[in-house]
Design a protein around this ligand. Sequence first.
Ligand SMILES: Nc1ncnc2c1ncn2[C@@H]1O[C@H](COP(=O)(O)OP(=O)(O)OP(=O)(O)O)[C@@H](O)[C@H]1O
Ligand SMILES: [Mg+2]
Length: 530
Amino acid sequence: MARRTKAPAKGADTEGEKPDEAAAAEDTVVEPIEIPEDCVFIGKSVKPEYILLKLANRHGLITGATGTGKTVTLQGLAEAFSDAGVPVFCADVKGDLSGVAAMGKEKGWIKERAAMIGYDVKFSAHPVIFWDLFGELGHPVRTTVSELGPLMLSRLMDLSEAQEGVMNIAFRIADEEELPLLDLKDLQSLLENLAARAKDLTTKYGTVGKRSIGAIQRQLLVLEQQGGDYFFGEPALDVGKDLMRTDDEGRGYIGVLAADKLMQSPRLYGTFLLFLLSELFEELPEIGDPEKPKLVFFFDEAHLLFRDAPKALLEKVEQVVRLIRSKGVGVYFVTQNPRDVPDTVSRQLGNRVQHALRAFTPAEQKAVKSAAETFRPNPELDTEQMIMSMGIGEALVSSLDEKGQPSMVQHTFVKPPSSQVGPIVLKERKAIMAKDPVAGVYDDVVDRESAHEILQKRTKERAKLAAEREAAEEKAKGKSKTAKKSGGSRGDSFWTALGKTVVRTGVPMVTRVLEDAIRRNVLGGHSRRR
Ligand SMILES: Nc1ncnc2c1ncn2[C@@H]1O[C@H](COP(=O)(O)OP(=O)(O)OP(=O)(O)O)[C@@H](O)[C@H]1O
Ligand SMILES: [Mg+2]
């Protein structure tokens, strides 16, 4: 059954309207638009344009130059998915998406556009969970170092291949020696420990260069300054649960990630969103093609993920995007230029909304041409020309039809959102956060025993055992050679030397001296305590 919407009365509030659209709205009596069930409405061309819910997991792409209406399009799609009971996750790069949590108002261009396409806007606020890596504008989002894994961590820290090799070894050792890597100090302690054992480890695992470890440690400090400290730790975000919630009315929660501050660390931003996708991929069961998606994920400013990304990472993105579809997750990339998305990924994006692009320079003209070529041509439409001439809130749309084929490209007037366009104020945000389903779950960090504490303990334990052994040896010696006068025990001199070293170089050296001693069999081997 089709949903029927009624066209607003003529003589609408004309505040802020654009003259040509206003004229169109005044002159023509627009038939109320008929929107089929089981779809997400985008806007109107010569017909309603929409994404079929059952094909919404075939991913999508929203592109367009700055100020052409991408965020409004994204907002309209997000709330329509939410209304259809599909949870959504999106990054809010400029803060303006937060408005999705508040009811929209009937005024200006909204009324005008609605009248123009014969669409009845049902103003409403949507259920939102705010997230923020820094824990200021939303609930903190954390993960552990080990969950992120060596590949993404290396990308995050911009490591060289050799350094990445060392990082892989570090993770392997942490695994073998049961050292949980939760936060950055765990990784820092592990690296210190590895530096002390570098020679031994090299024999066993391949090159573990002290220089590489030093470089990683320095990058770790940079990451810490960028906010990595907030990001790593526990409780880690339960993506399978808290990104996939629906409210009492069956509407999907829209997870809105505050990304304005995060964008200042583009690498952290890109890696974090990719991490969320991989987590979802790992956690969610295979379901094939569902009636509607389990989650729709909007990846705004997607060029930040792809720019300068090493091949291994690109392969990972391509793989996750390809495979996550059958877990019921639709990924929608949002970016200014369609060429920001590599071909291997772009090919998988079935539902496309292309807002206007500028074409002043030859490079821009080339971009327009290649954007036009991604669409199934429409004999009635000069795609290339249209990309350059469309107005704000207009877009070329092609989505997958019932057979899963891309529909013919159409020049579409995008619907206005039903929620507020523009940001909500901090007070409103806090009030929503206090009542949402994750209130109090993630707000405080929990620091349980992990690699840092365990390594510290092990070092102490070794020192204690060493001291006991020394004492026992001395005692035995004393018994057998009671007549011989000693000029100070080996243990004494060892501890004196160690003491000096500690004073001179600080605690990490203790580990190194002890490890050295172990290697030289001064202290003897013993089992490690966990
Ligand atoms: N569907 C629409 N109908 C009419 N006007 C629109 C529509 N979409 C957007 N606009 C107008 O254009 C403005 C800018 O839109 P929006 O913020 O979505 O652009 P953007 O492409 O996200 O820009 P940026 O790249 O700077 O983030 C809106 O505030 C609104 O006034
Ligand atoms: Mg925007």
